[in-house]
Design a protein around this ligand. Structure first.
Ligand SMILES: [Zn+2]
Length: 350
């Protein structure tokens, strides 16, 4: 005899995984950050490890119900092997991993983060332990990649007015090549359909979390500054400390940032905001120094250094709980922001 509870059990099994993610904000993001760092160190542009990471990300997106695509593009650059030796040329193929939530309008929100890790571009960098096959790239940028995966997971079943395109960029570290390829793939009409591009890069090491608008489009596209300010308001409402560049260095005007994949979009006339963690009050006031100089962080940063930008090291030397806290904060800010931009009703906060 059939149990009367069976249909309900079947219903729950089928429906629950497709509805709200019951975990708190940031849990999936932190898990995926750790997975990328541990399983795919040395994700250098065009390397086999970068390719394996791309396939891993595509697999996760497929698990969430997307139909991800790998968009291939050529990369050519010279690098120095760790341990010395002459410069080598690498001619290879890198990939962007792209997944999309369809919208009812033709307009589009793009949310991106790069998943590759740095390479030594000269002998000095190789000697300093920059790049190489052991670089976990936790801060830069498994952290943004994990946050992007969680946002994709949480929005997988959304039915927004405007589409949401997630792009996991390859080859950021050798000249924003993935982002430049993504921009080049869009014709002028498609570029004009982009409401805003949002980038996430390096959210762990830096003392403070920031949001900036793009310097090239901040005046021509008011949505960049207004969305930046909306992010600041959302964070304040949640009790999360979020700032923007105070503009103490004339090369980097107040409220704007630079230097990651969003720059390729900004330069092409597409409005952008970017989230990062650093400290714009230190060093040359250029956002490069991430934290105070200390025994653990002799230059006040972890950029591209295999010895420093790794899970065990950051866990030991950063304030307790940082590796969970920042992904949670970034997801908590960006999820309602993307919902607003794409015309979705705000979901209940966890
Ligand atoms: Zn980066």
């Amino acid at each position: 005899m059939r149990s009367p509870v069976a249909p309900l059990a079947v219903f729950l099994v089928l429906v629950l995984p497709l509805t709200a993610l019951a975990e708190p904000h940031g849990a999936l993001a932190e898990r995926e950050m750790r997975a990328l760092a541990e399983q795919f160190p040395g994700r250098m542009a065009g390397s086999e490890r970068e390719r394996a990471a791309a396939e891993y990300l595509a697999g996760r997106l497929a698990d969430f119900g997307y139909e991800p695509v790998l968009r291939a593009f050529p990369v050519t650059y010279s690098f120095h092997p760790l341990g010395g030796g002459d410069a080598r040329e690498r001619e290879a193929v890198s990939h962007n991993v792209v997944a999309e939530v369809a919208g009812r309008s033709e307009r589009l929100i793009i949310v991106g983060a790069h998943y590759d890790t740095a390479v030594a571009r000269n002998a000095g960098q190789a000697e300093a332990g920059i790049g190489g096959p052991a670089l976990e790239g936790v801060d830069d940028n498994a952290s943004g990649t994990g946050a992007l995966l969680e946002l994709a997971r949480r929005l997988a079943d959304a039915e927004p007015e405007h589409g949401i395109r997630f792009i996991f960029f390859g080859a950021e570290e050798v000249g924003l090549l993935g982002a430049r390829h993504a921009v080049a793939e869009m014709d002028e009409q498609e570029r004009e359909r982009v409401v805003l591009m949002i980038n996430i890069d390096s959210i762990i090491t830096g003392d403070r979390l920031y949001v900036h608008a793009g310097p090239s489009t901040i005046d021509s596209h008011p949505i960049a500054a207004s969305t930046r300010d909306e992010a600041l308001g959302i964070a304040a409402g949640l009790g999360i400390e979020l700032r923007t560049n105070p503009g103490r260095n004339a090369d980097y005007p107040e409220g704007t940032g630079c230097c990651s994949d969003q720059a390729a979009f900004d330069e092409a006339g597409i409005p952008v905001i970017n989230l990062e963690a650093t400290n714009w009050n230190l060093g040359d006031l250029d956002g490069y120094q991430q934290t105070e100089i200390s025994d653990a962080f002799p230059a006040g940063e972890t950029w591209h250094k295999a010895r420093l930008d790794r899970l065990n090291y950051l866990q030991t030397h950063l304030p307790e709980g940082r590796l969970g806290q920042r992904p949670a904060e970034v997801v908590a800010i960006l999820l309602p922001l993307i919902e607003q931009l794409s015309g979705l009703p705000a979901a209940d906060q966890d």
